[in-house]
Ligand binder design. Structure first.
Ligand code: HGA
Length: 607
């Protein structure tokens, strides 16, 4: 959410700032802006909407300057207009911000009472006024920022640029990510290492409360007590080429198609297929003392957690609580000794999940995280870091990160069960064998892309769509509905198949397609009974099952989508693919913006 980039360089920076914003646009696309300083002149361009609007402005009115900052916005305070677009300028200072200044209202009221006028409705602009006030009182830029930061409550990553100081950039972070990059005679600020990848791979991650002073020659980092500190530099391993659509029309399509490879890559660091063993990256972590697991996540990651609850309880016989992160802290959960709190997040920066993690840590829980960014805040605060290896996910609707999360969680459940003495050697070998088959089965699922595309126009006409599943396939129904809502804007709901008759069956008529996810297995007959209840009321069913399931229950459906026959353990990984593809093709048929759906952004770094 909101992407930040700053460059203090040797050559003009506007083009490179714009290129950096392209790599950050997945974080927000309500507006974008760039500001540079040259010869004592501060110039900026801002535009409402997608980055192309800003690019057109910059092409018509280019900016010269070797130091600058830029921003892509996901609005929290104030409409997505040009006036509210960052960078905000007040007097000598201009800045960009990711996060929410929670005490902006009293600060703003006090500043207005002093006679200051505001040009935007954002929370961000108060920060520019506060710094400007200190500059007017005679403080240097560094001292002004140092004085203002403790006055801000909430979450922020900030980058400051000063009209009369073309040799200076200042960055600060609290509760939102910010990295520093080191180049040849240049230094950089960015929301993530990916934004800086074409500029440098040499990165330092700022810690909570850090602020950094950047010049062309180096960076001085201070902690929240204003002490100069060293933050280790790492080589990010990300390259400029990593966010490329290749031959695909959309990132989402590319990422769906990549799944067999990245799931195999992920499983590769959790399984020893030849030995028939599961092995976690931190083998010494002691599961024997864990008496309860609390899983916390948001959105699609929450559905991965929901599948994991089935697996942990089934295999390890450990009780599991499951919460959406934004609710977790507020229900005052009972967190006792011997608890493992497990947090799932693609970015590892999701604000609600990170706040929940800190709450659980304070309550004495051991902390495990499943994240796709191993340098993220969550990764750095975990006792047990379980990375997925999905590679950068750019499509705002999560696909490959989700199936990689499932792969890690299945391995974790098996490891847990083994540590608890609940898994025989043969059972472990069996689980490893099935998991190792998942990438090939996902490939076989992708092979049905054309059929799913052919079905899309039919679903695209619907106003409402229902998805049904049972057991670990119930979260796939929820995920299918979420994907469809996110990118096609069709109202969709996922339901536990058996719950239909307790309410939603009233919605059924010939205009409501019902997508039934029913792999062969112990739950198949029950799901099919629920499907028949729908058909008996004129409902139009699309059945997603394997050949055996389709032969048994395909009659009377409007369409069937055939999946390979798989073990129930890996069914969620395989059946994720057709629901993703269906949402994708429906969105394409409706002509929506698949990779950047309205009102959404990736990496939700505000609460
Ligand atoms: N509150 C600021 C920044 C928003 C943000 O970081 N979103 O993720 C604004 O509304 O402009």
């Amino acid at each position: 959410m909101c992407g930040i980039i700053g460059i203090i360089g040797r050559e003009d920076v506007a083009d490179r700032l714009l290129a950096g914003l392209r790599r950050l646009e997945y974080r927000g696309y309500d507006s974008a802006g760039v500001a540079v300083v040259e010869n004592g002149v501060l110039a900026r361009r801002r535009a409402e909407g997608k980055l192309d609007n800003l690019a057109r402005k910059l092409a018509a009115e280019p900016l010269d300057g070797t130091v600058g900052i830029a921003h892509t916005r996901w609005a929290t305070h104030g409409a997505p207009t040009e006036d509210n677009a960052h960078p905000h300028v007040v007097g000598e200072v201009t800045l960009v911000h990711n996060g929410i200044i929670e005490n902006f209202k009293p600060l703003r009221d006090a500043l207005i009472a002093e006679g200051r006028t505001f040009a935007s409705q954002t929370d961000t602009e108060v920060v520019a006024h506060l710094v400007d006030r200190e500059l007017q009182r005679g403080l240097s830029p560094v001292d002004a920022v140092k004085k203002v930061l403790p006055q801000l409550h909430g979450a922020f990553a900030l980058a400051f640029l000063f009209r009369s100081h073309p040799d200076l950039l200042i960055g600060a972070r609290l509760g939102a990510p910010l990295v520093v990059g080191y180049g040849e005679g240049e230094t950089y600020l960015g929301s993530d290492a990916l934004a800086l990848a074409p500029l440098t791979q040499k990165i330092a991650y700022l810690d909570e409360g850090d602020w950094a002073v950047l010049t062309r020659d180096g960076v001085t980092i201070h902690d929240r007590d204003n002490q100069v500190v060293d933050r280790p530099t790492t080589i990010s391993g990300l390259t400029g080429a990593m966010i490329d659509k290749g031959n695909h029309r959309h990132f989402m399509q590319k990422e769906i198609f990549e799944q067999p490879v990245v799931v195999a890559q992920t499983l590769g660091s959790y399984l020893r297929p030849l030995a028939g063993e599961v092995s976690l990256p931190i083998p010494e972590f002691d599961f024997t003392q864990i008496r309860r697991v609390t899983i916390v996540a948001c959105g699609t990651s929450f559905y991965a957690g929901m599948v994991a609850k089935y697996w942990f309880e089934q295999f390890a016989r450990v009780p599991v609580d499951l919460d959406v992160a934004s609710e977790f802290r507020y229900r005052e959960p009972v967190l006792e000794d011997g608890g493992l709190a497990l947090f799932i997040s693609q970015s590892g920066e999701t604000a609600d999940t990170l706040a929940a993690l800190r709450h659980a840590r304070a309550a004495g829980q051991k902390i495990a995280v499943v994240v796709n960014v191993p340098t993220s805040s969550m990764a750095r605060e975990a006792d047990l870091l379980l990375p997925t290896h999905a590679g950068p996910e750019i499509g705002v609707a999560s696909t490959k990160a989700f199936t990689c999360q499932l792969a890690v969680l299945a391995a974790l459940a098996a490891n847990f069960a083994r540590a608890k003495g609940r898994l025989s050697r043969e059972e472990e070998q069996e689980i490893v064998r099935h998991l190792a088959e998942a990438p090939a089965a996902m490939n076989a699922a992708i092979a049905h892309d054309d059929e799913i595309e052919a079905l899309a126009p039919l679903i695209a006409k619907a106003r409402d769509v229902l998805y049904l599943g049972r057991g670990p396939d119930y979260p796939m129904a929820l995920e299918g509905a979420l994907k469809l809502k996110e990118i096609s804007y069709i109202h969709a709901e996922g339901y536990a198949a058996g719950e239909m008759k307790h309410g939603p069956i009233a919605l059924i008529d010939e205009h409501v397609p019902v997508i039934v996810i029913a792999p062969s297995g112990p739950l198949f007959d029950k799901t099919v009974s629920n499907m028949q209840e729908v058909q008996a009321r004129g409902g139009k069913v699309v059945l997603i099952s394997d050949a055996e399931g389709i032969a048994a229950a395909g009659e009377g459906t409007i369409a069937t989508i055939e999946m390979p026959r798989v073990h129930p353990l890996i069914a969620p990984l395989v059946y994720a693919v057709p629901v993703q593809l269906l949402a994708y093709h429906v969105a394409v048929a409706k002509g929506t913006d698949v990779d950047q759906p309205r009102n959404l952004a990736k990496s939700v770094t505000v609460e």
